[in-house]
Design a protein around this ligand. Structure first.
Ligand code: NAP
Length: 245
C-alpha cells in the first residue's frame, strides 16, 4: 500500500503535490511552518517540525508512510539529513527531488563561497548597496560588515527590526521575473548581490538581471549532505515509486 510523505517548502514540492493529487495517490504534504501563509496544497497538509530523526521515524510508522520524497530547499540541510537517517532507521524508502544547481554562463561575475560566514568575509571593503537575497534566517551574520546598506528581499514583513544597522526591505515571493528583478536592482541602485545557489527557475531571474547590468554576485554554494538518491524530474519520482512498490 502506497502512502507518500512529501517534504515541501519549494515550488518543486508544490508541482509534485499537484501531480500526486492528479494521480489520486495517497500522500501527506509537510511544511516546516516558516512563512505566515504557506501555499495551499491539494493534499492533506501538516505543518511544523517532526522532532528530529526519532520524531520523523515515529511519524513514518504512525502514518504508515511507504515513500518519502524530500523536496525541501537545497539549503534545508538539517531536514534532508534527518530524512536519510529516519528512512534508514524505519526502513521507509526515500528519494530527494531537487533542482540542479545554477552554473555560471558567459558574462557572469560570481564569487563562489562555501558558507554564509565566507560570504560575510567577502563583503569587507567600502560601503555598497547590497541585495541580500538569502531569506531571513542568517541576516545577523552580516552585522559583521555594518558599513553596507542591505536591501533584504523577504517573503513576510519582519515582525521585529532586521538585525542590521542600515537596511531596507522588499516584501515579495517568487517566482520572480527578469523585468521585476531588473527594476529592483536599478531602482535600489544595487552594486552587489549575495544569494544562495538555490537552482531552479523561480529565483534565477536575478542572475540574468545581474549579468545584464554587469553586477557581481557572491554565490553561496550548497551545503554537503549524506549520500542519497536524487532526481530532478517529476517523472523520475513516479518511476522510482513504481520501481519500489
Ligand atoms: P532546515 O534547517 O533543514 O530544517 C530545520 C528543521 O525544520 C528541521 O530539522 C525540521 O524540524 C524542520 N523542517 C524543515 N523542513 C520541514 C518540512 N518540510 N516539514 C516539516 N519540518 C521541516 O530547514 P530550513 O533551511 O530552515 O528550511 C525550512 C523550510 O523552508 C524547508 O521546508 C525548506 O524547503 C524551506 N525553504 C528553505 C530555504 C533555505 O534557504 N534554507 C529557502 C526556501 C525555502 P525537526 O527536526 O523538528 O523535524
Amino acid at each position: 500500500m502506497i502512502k507518500i510523505l512529501i517534504l515541501g517548502g519549494t515550488s518543486e514540492a508544490s508541482a509534485l503535490a499537484s501531480a500526486v493529487a492528479k494521480r489520486g495517490l495517497p500522500a501527506i504534504f509537510s511544511y516546516a511552518g516558516r512563512v505566515n501563509t504557506p501555499k495551499p496544497q491539494p493534499l492533506p497538509t501538516r505543518i511544523g517540525g517532526f522532532g528530529g530523526v526519532n520524531g520523523l521515524a515515529t511519524f513514518l510508522v504512525q502514518e504508515r508512510i511507504s515513500h518519502i520524497v524530500d523536496a525541501t530547499h537545497p539549503f534545508a540541510a538539517q531536514m534532508s539529513t534527518s530524512v536519510v537517517a529516519a528512512a534508514a532507521q524505519s526502513g521507509v524508502k526515500a528519494i530527494a527531488f531537487t533542482r540542479p544547481a545554477w552554473q555560471t554562463v558567459n558574462g557572469d561575475q560570481w564569487q563562489s563561497v562555501a558558507s554564509i560566514d565566507e560570504a560575510v568575509s567577502t563583503l569587507a571593503g567600502p560601503p555598497q548597496r547590497v541585495l541580500l537575497a538569502i531569506g531571513r534566517m542568517h541576516l545577523s551574520a552580516f552585522a559583521a560588515q555594518p558599513q553596507h546598506h542591505y536591501v533584504l528581499r523577504l517573503v513576510d514583513r519582519p515582525t521585529s527590526p532586521p538585525p542590521l544597522p542600515d537596511v531596507s526591505t522588499v516584501i515579495d515571493r517568487g517566482p520572480f521575473t527578469l523585468e521585476g528583478d531588473l527594476a529592483l536592482l536599478q531602482t535600489q541602485c544595487i552594486q552587489r548581490i549575495v544569494c544562495k545557489n538555490a537552482g531552479g527557475e523561480g529565483a534565477a531571474s536575478k542572475l540574468t538581471a545581474a549579468r545584464t547590468l554587469g553586477l557581481p554576485i557572491v554565490m553561496i554554494e550548497r551545503p554537503a549532505l549524506p549520500p542519497r538518491h536524487e532526481v530532478h524530474r517529476i517523472d523520475d519520482v513516479f518511476s522510482w515509486i513504481s520501481d519500489h512498490t
